[in-house]
Design a protein around this ligand. Sequence first.
Ligand SMILES: NC(=O)c1ccc[n+]([C@@H]2O[C@H](COP(=O)([O-])OP(=O)(O)OC[C@H]3O[C@@H](n4cnc5c(N)ncnc54)[C@H](OP(=O)(O)O)[C@@H]3O)[C@@H](O)[C@H]2O)c1
Length: 408
Amino acid sequence: MSGSNSERRLILLGATGSIGRSTLDVLRHLRATGGPRFRLAGVAAGRSADALAVIAEEFAEDQPALALADESADLVVPSAAQGTHATVHRGPDAALQMIEQIARPGDFVMAAMVGFAGLAPTLAAIERGCTIGLANKETLVAAGALVTAAARRRGVALLPVDSEHSAIIQCLRDGSSRGVRRIVLTASGGPFRTWPAERIAQAPVEDALRHPTWTMGAKITIDSATMMNKALEVIEAHWLFDLPADRIEVVVHPQSIVHGFVEFDDGSVLAQLSPPDMRLPIQLALTWPERLDGCTPRLDFDALRSLQFEPVDHERFPAVGLAARVIERGGTAGAILNAANEEAVSAYLRRAVPFGRITALAAEALSAIRSEPIRSLADAERADKAARRFVRERTTTTAPMDATAWTP
Ligand SMILES: NC(=O)c1ccc[n+]([C@@H]2O[C@H](COP(=O)([O-])OP(=O)(O)OC[C@H]3O[C@@H](n4cnc5c(N)ncnc54)[C@H](OP(=O)(O)O)[C@@H]3O)[C@@H](O)[C@H]2O)c1
């Protein structure tokens, strides 16, 4: 805590993205309703200089530090936001530099950058004793052993923001998986839930980006279409709840109203339900364990006629099964899967590979690259680079880059 007793500092990584914008919405709501006050101490983005400047202007009173990865983008800091505390970091490590400079014990860091790029700043925030709101699942997929060990050592909480994992902590009795037989994560099934395999293999980018229930960034939307998102979430759940792969299940639930189930040893099953809106798990992470007046639509039981569940079709969505392979292999397997998937998604978005190759490339990388023990960030980075190289060598790079596919 800093400033007045009721003020806590918030550092928002990925401020211009879907989760970042929803987090700012929650902040506005908490301010408008007299909720706990968060001072926006820092905001980081990739290349959206204008959007970052707009945030700096709106929250000028907080004088947030700014971090922008893209060095060539023209960032004009509004005069109102230029002050003694407001520093600007530029370059690929801007978010990490900002964390190293401003993060203090007790700050809340919302890790909402997309991809492996979020790992180093999140680890640095943990090392500085910050509470983490974890949207960036790739962090746990790529280096779950390192991240959870650092959090334990520093005594900081990793509060899940992913709606499924938020559902699970809401159902657990005391935050631990004591007495838990299994957990079940729900999946919408994505835009291709009812498509035949041959049509999925050639699915156009426009269709893959049209998610039936959630509005999200491009990378996670494609991950939802392949259902790799669920594989990443199973690995994330393995690290968050310390459960083996065979006690983490996935069920398809097209309405995205039930977000997760916990089954206890006595056979009782608890679930968490809410309309699909990320502002609910974001606010809960920020105010955890308190529940305050929310800003999201409420469930309308008069309109709710049925809840549908169906098993995952592993033939059409083979990505889901890769999670168990990664958990069983351990070491750098998660970093390999994550990086291969990021590269394959990026290649698909710039139309260099068909949809059907995304999961295939990730699986091939996992088979071809040996998993090594993971003892440091450098081990994860080495595996990440090797998997990216593997996929790049197998994808054409002549097609024009899609604007949504940028990675620094
Ligand atoms: N969206 C959801 O509903 C949802 C739900 C659960 C979990 N998640 C997870 O949350 C994370 C963010 O997802 P999203 O949907 O919000 O993605 P998004 O809309 O694509 O936003 C990504 C954010 O990360 C920033 N960024 C990218 N590279 C960066 C870098 N090198 N340094 C600093 N910032 C960087 C982007 O900045 P620019 O805008 O400048 O490029 C943007 O602010 C992902 O890990 C995703 O899996 C998302």
